[in-house]
Design a protein around this ligand. Structure first.
Ligand code: NAD
Length: 295
């Protein structure tokens, strides 16, 4: 079993770190929030007092931070990860961040002789708690092979997406599909309502027809057809609209940087922006149906 430094013990990071502890790893966790490090310690982890402390004896360091800004600071800062780890420590960033920062940090790690992968996740807090996350990893084959046995204690599906930054690329492309498809599924149910077509009937037909997609069959935005979807619990998240907007903005930044043409992705980002501005940020992203109903 490995000694792992874990930085960023928030909604996702804490249950992920707790699963590593349960699997027998020694986990030294650091977060700006003392409450978070205390929670880790209660479950058998070790409370680190700084980034350097979390890294000092680690075979691997995992980060789960809000955005690229924090990832850059934590890895490249004066007393950050690159300055603190032992030779040979494996670096794994699981945060969702922009592709450019992921590649920049991976290159800096390589310059320090360290192997690194970006490994953002899908599956949300429930997936983090149940150790059933999907990891999309970018980086060298050898680094991915070293990371896999660690990631297996936190997730069920672990996919190598290619070189550095490709995990982030996969994540933002996937979530651009998800955001756009959720909006159009909501629109279809609202149009059906106006046309006098019952929601359950539309579901029964569309879920078996060419309009079938994950947003409809697993996460249906109207109450009833899929009993486990957030629509049945007043759109309690789940995955918040604010998180969806973050990922759609990352996709748009990447599209601008690469001159990719993404009118649907741009439209989805604009609609989620208006929903979040209208106060929907902490609602599940499928709750955008309420905004569309009123807009
Ligand atoms: P969160 O805000 O709950 O957790 C982030 C943690 O990082 C916080 O505890 C914060 O105190 C800590 N932190 C911030 N700056 C720090 C610093 N300089 N040093 C140490 N700790 C610091 O966020 P989350 O929901 O756990 O999400 C983490 C990442 O996972 C994000 O990039 C998010 O986009 C991604 N993600 C989240 C979900 C989800 O459903 N929540 C799903 C998939 C991916």
């Amino acid at each position: 079993m490995a000694t792992i430094g874990f930085i960023g013990l928030g909604n996702m990071g804490l249950p992920m770190a707790q699963n590593l502890v349960k699997s027998g790893h020694t986990v030294s966790g650091f977060d700006l929030s003392e409450y978070a490090t205390e929670r880790l310690a209660v479950g058998g982890g070790r409370r680190a007092t700084s980034v350097g402390d979390a890294c000092s004896e680690a075979d691997a360091v995992i980060t789960m931070l809000p955005a690229g800004e924090q990832v850059r600071e934590i890895y490249l800062g004066g007393e950050g990860v690159l300055a603190s780890v032992l030779d040979g420590t494996l670096l794994i960033d699981c945060s969702t961040i922009d592709v450019e920062t992921a590649r920049e940090v991976a290159q800096a790690a390589q310059g320090s002789g360290l192997a690194m992968i970006d490994a953002p996740v899908s599956g949300g807090v429930a997936g983090a708690q149940a150790a059933s996350l999907t990891f999309m990893a970018g980086g060298a084959e050898e680094a991915f092979a070293r990371a896999r046995p660690i990631l297996e204690h936190m997730g069920k599906t672990i996919v190598h997406a290619g070189g550095a930054g490709n995990g982030q690329a996969a994540k933002i492309c996937n979530n651009m599909i998800l955001g756009a498809s959720m909006i159009v599924v909501c629109e279809a149910f609202l149009l059906a309502e106006k046309l006098g077509l019952d929601a359950q009937r539309l579901f029964d037909i569309s879920s078996k027809s060419s309009g079938q997609c994950w947003s409809m069959t697993n996460y249906c935005p109207v109450p009833g057809p899929v009993p486990t979807s957030p629509a049945n619990r007043d759109y309690k998240p789940g995955f918040t609209a604010a998180m969806m907007l973050k990922d759609l903005r990352l996709a748009q930044d990447a599209a601008r940087a690469t001159r990719a043409v993404t009118p649907m992705g741009a439209g989805a980002a604009a609609v989620y922006e208006r929903f979040v501005e209208s106060g929907g940020g902490s609602v599940d992203f499928s709750g955008i149906i309420r905004y569309l109903r009123g807009a």
